[in-house]
Each structure stands twice: as C-alpha cells, then as structure tokens.
Ligand binder design. Structure first.
Ligand SMILES: [Zn+2]
Length: 506
C-alpha cells in the first residue's frame, strides 16, 4: 500500500494502516504539528501518512486516539499545543498507554532544541517512553551515547517536572485563560466547567471596595468600614489591608487571568507578570479598574519616595501584650532614623481595629517593671514571711497536743488492764480521746497544705524577683527575657480608656 499517495485522505490512510497493523505490536503515539508557513509536503495529512508508514515498517501499533495534532501558528506565545500537553500527560500516567512517540522531526516535537532534549529525556527516563524522529533516525552507535549524556546533563540542569502543576503547565493554562488556584473574592470556582462564576452578593462588595477606593477612601478606611459591617473575606478573616490590596490589584475582576513565573509574592509590580484574557465574566468595569490602578501606581511611587520600611521588631513582650479594644497582639515598631520605638495594635496596622494603641516601648516596659516590683518584692517581705511563720508555730502546737492525747490514750488502756476502769468506762474514754486526735490531725493537715501553698507562692515570688532583675537588665538577652516573661505572665492588656496596663499572671 502506498501511503504517500496524494489523493489518499487521512482517514483512508488510517484504515489501510489498521488492516496491516497488529495490536500485539509495540504501542505507539503519533504527534503531528504544522505551522502556517509549511509547504504541502509537511501538511498534517502527509505527516500522518509518513508516520503510519514508519509504524508498519517498525511494527508499532498506533490506536486512533493516540494520534495527536497541534496546529501551530507561528510565534511562540500563541503556540498553545493543547494536544502536545495531553500526550505528555498520558505518557506520564500510570496506565502507560504507549511506549514510543513518533514525530516527523524533532523540530516538530518541541518548540526549541532545549525543550526537545528536556522532554525526550524526561519521557525516556521517567515514563519509559522513547521519542523517535521518523526523518532523523538515531543509530545505536556513538552518536546516541553522546546524546544520552546530553539528555542527562540537561535533565539535571532543568530537573523539570512536567506535570499539570508545573510552571509550564500553569503557563499553558494561563495562556488559555483558565483560572488556576483559589477563586478571588466575589467568584466561585465551578468544578464541572472549571470556570469562575460570579457570586452576586460578594460582587457588590467588590464594587463597593473599588468605588470607595477610587473616591479617595484609604485602604485602612475601607478595611474599617467592612469590619464595622461585620463582613469577612473568603477565608473567613477580616478584610485586612493585605486582602484589600490583593483585591484592588487583581485583574481577575475585569475578566483577565494573571500569571507570573515563580508566583507574585505580593509584588504587584513584578515585571514578569503576564496578563491574559480569561474565560470568566468581569465584576468591575474597565474604566473603574483603570482608575484604581492609577491610584495604586501613585501610591507605589509615593511609598517608594517617602516611606521607609517599618519592620516589625522582636521584643520580649511579643505574644503577651494585647490591645484592649480588639484583643489582638501588639507589635513593636521601630522607624529608621528615629530613636523611639513603640508598640501598636497589629489589628490597627492591618486596618481592622478602630483605634490607635500607640504606646512608647520605654513607657510600656517601665510600667510593667514597676508593677512587677510592687507586686512581688513588697509583698514578699511583709505578708508572706509573716503568715508562714505563724503557720509553723501553730503546726508545732497541734503536734504537741496530739502527743499528749496519745499519752492519755496509753494511760486509759493501763487503767482498764489494772482493773481501775470498767470496760464501758474504757470504751467511753478511748472514743473521746480518739475523736480529739482525729480532729487535731485534720486541722494539722489543712494547715500543712496551706503552708505548702504559701511556700509555693513564695517560690513564685522568688522567681518573680529574679524575673524582675532579668527583665530590667538592659544587657540580658532578649530571648531569655521572652522565656521568663512567658512563664510569668498569661497576658498583658493595654487598656487605652484608662491608660493602664492590666497584668495577668500565670
Ligand atoms: Zn486593637
């Protein structure tokens, strides 16, 4: 059968192929790619025919669904190669539907030389699938050994995992305008259609956010407004400034998808960001979105010019000091070139607490240390020692009383045995004494317990005294201070209304 006859259609050629092929042959796939500037001899039909001819000559069975074809349009960006990705996914799948992929030439198989080597190497080593070029057969000789070592070197160099989750896969998806990852606020991801659908209620809020922003409201102001309405973000948290920023920068709201190699990492001005037309409906109109972007750009420029970064500093009060309004932890902030560090409510910084709890570090530390000193050093000297002393002497007294009663009990027994007391008298006296002893022992135990509690308190106080010394020592390491503060305090609340700190000991 001459497969190469011009007038033979692809389907006819495949039918002829099936008559001669045997299903027991080695399983193969055929990959066809054409580009717009190809001449007739490289048309899909002729590539298929040549491939099928080769398959018969080399005893390869290709089932119809394993003929993959991409119509490449020249220009790399638009070269989507859906079938190629489908074929690679199948090659990697556990079912291992074919052992070999036939291509017209390696240049048809991959977009460039690097890709070609990487894919071939990956398919061979990880999937046990060989890629064979019909027009460039490899001999088993030197050449293939050299190539093999190049594959390995390239493979190590790129160590690409070409799964759906890989960068390449993600890039492909983005190029096609498909949404990846969690849906942005205002959308729901429909698993069946694999598309974003608008959540009407939330879409209204997105619109409100954009309108407020464009009308001059600050991000913190918007956060406040939403928090006061009790609205929560997708993950159930407040709309913090970070969440709002994500919304205000997201082109998803005008029906686009965004892609960035290596992720954004919240750098919205990353030059690697690529934007593609998405398959979902927009929530915000383009004009409104563009106005918001203009404000974003203006703010970026301003913050770049004037704002110095405000890193959050470690401090031994970290994880202890809380805002009296919202209950969130307060963080230490130190502005460059300024000597006075201060604490601020983290909720306020994020725009979800409504009142500033700015307090100087020196002030807050001073107040805590003073209170510590007052609470412990003073009490320790007066109350505790005294009450403990009283306890000790009382315990001794009870002990003496018990000893006397035991002696009395002995005498009662002697009186009975020597015939002075009758059995009834003995019983009566004995019960009275035993009752008294029991009562005293009970008293003794409870006093003893109190005393041990006191001594425990005393221990805490002693520890606190030591803690005070360390916490007030400027040269003590912060880590040690932190450990000590956490063993001593449950929390410390800054009550703005009364300008006071409420210390909760553990
Ligand atoms: Zn707060």
């Amino acid at each position: 059968m001459n497969f190469l006859k011009q007038n033979l259609s692809t389907e006819e050629a495949y039918n002829y192929y099936l008559k001669e092929a045997d299903e027991d042959w080695k399983k193969g796939a055929l990959y066809i790619r054409v580009s717009t500037n190809d001449q007739v001899e490289y048309s899909p039909a002729s590539q298929i025919k040549i491939g099928l001819k080769y398959a018969i000559e080399n005893q390869i069975f290709i089932s119809h669904e394993h003929i993959f074809q991409d119509d490449g349009i020249s220009g790399r960006q638009t070269d989507k190669r859906l079938d190629f990705m489908k074929m690679i996914t199948l090659a990697k799948s556990k079912s291992h539907p074919f052992d070999v992929i036939l291509v017209y030439s390696f240049s048809r198989f991959a977009r460039n030389r690097e890709d070609s080597i990487v894919y071939k190497s990956m398919l061979r080593k990880k999937c046990g699938v060989d890629v064979i070029s019909i027009t460039q057969p490899l001999s088993e000789g030197k050449e293939s050994i050299i190539l093999e070592s190049i594959y390995e070197a390239m493979d190590e160099y790129y160590s690409l995992d070409l799964s759906e989750n890989s960068r390449r896969g993600k890039q492909e998806k983005a190029t096609r305008g498909e949404w990846q990852g969690n849906p942005p606020y205002g959308y729901i991801y429909d698993k069946n259609t694999k598309q974003l659908i608008i959540d009407e209620e939330k879409a209204k809020i997105v619109n409100m956010i954009y309108n407020d922003y464009v009308n001059g409201m600050s991000i913190k102001g918007i956060a406040n407004k939403l928090a006061k309405k009790g609205l929560k973000s997708t993950r159930g948290g407040f709309f913090t400034d970070r969440v709002l920023k994500r919304i205000l920068y997201n082109p998803a709201y005008i029906g686009k998808v965004r892609f960035c190699v290596g992720g954004f990492k919240r750098n919205y001005s990353n030059p690697n960001i690529q934007i593609f037309d998405g398959k979902h409906q927009p929530i915000i109109d383009k004009e409104l979105f563009d106005k918001a972007q203009a404000i974003n750009a203006q703010k970026e420029e301003l913050s770049f010019k004037y704002k110095k970064p405000q890193p959050k500093h470690e401090h031994w009060l970290r994880g202890l000091l809380k805002c009296g309004d919202c209950g969130k932890f307060m963080v230490k902030i130190k502005v460059h070139n300024r000597t006075n560090a201060y604490f601020q409510c983290n909720g306020y910084i994020k725009g979800i607490c409504f009142r500033s709890h700015h307090i100087l570090e020196s002030k807050v530390v001073g107040l805590i240390l003073n209170q510590l000193k007052q609470d412990f050093t003073d009490k320790l000297n007066i109350n505790i020692s005294l009450s403990n002393y009283e306890n000790e002497s009382e315990l001794d007294m009870i002990n003496i009383k018990i000893k006397k009663l035991l002696q009395k009990e002995k005498k009662i027994k002697e009186a009975f045995y020597s015939g002075i007391d009758t059995l009834n008298e003995y019983k009566e006296n004995k019960e009275a004494v035993e009752k008294e002893i029991k009562k005293l022992k009970k008293e003794y135990n409870s006093l003893k317990l109190m005393s041990s509690k006191q001594s425990k308190l005393e221990q805490i106080y002693a520890k606190s005294e030591k803690a005070y010394k360390i916490l007030s020592d400027d040269t003590a390491p912060d880590e040690l201070k932190s450990t000590i503060a956490h063993t001593l305090f449950e929390k410390i609340v800054y009550d703005k209304d009364n300008e006071e700190l409420i210390i909760y000991y553990k």
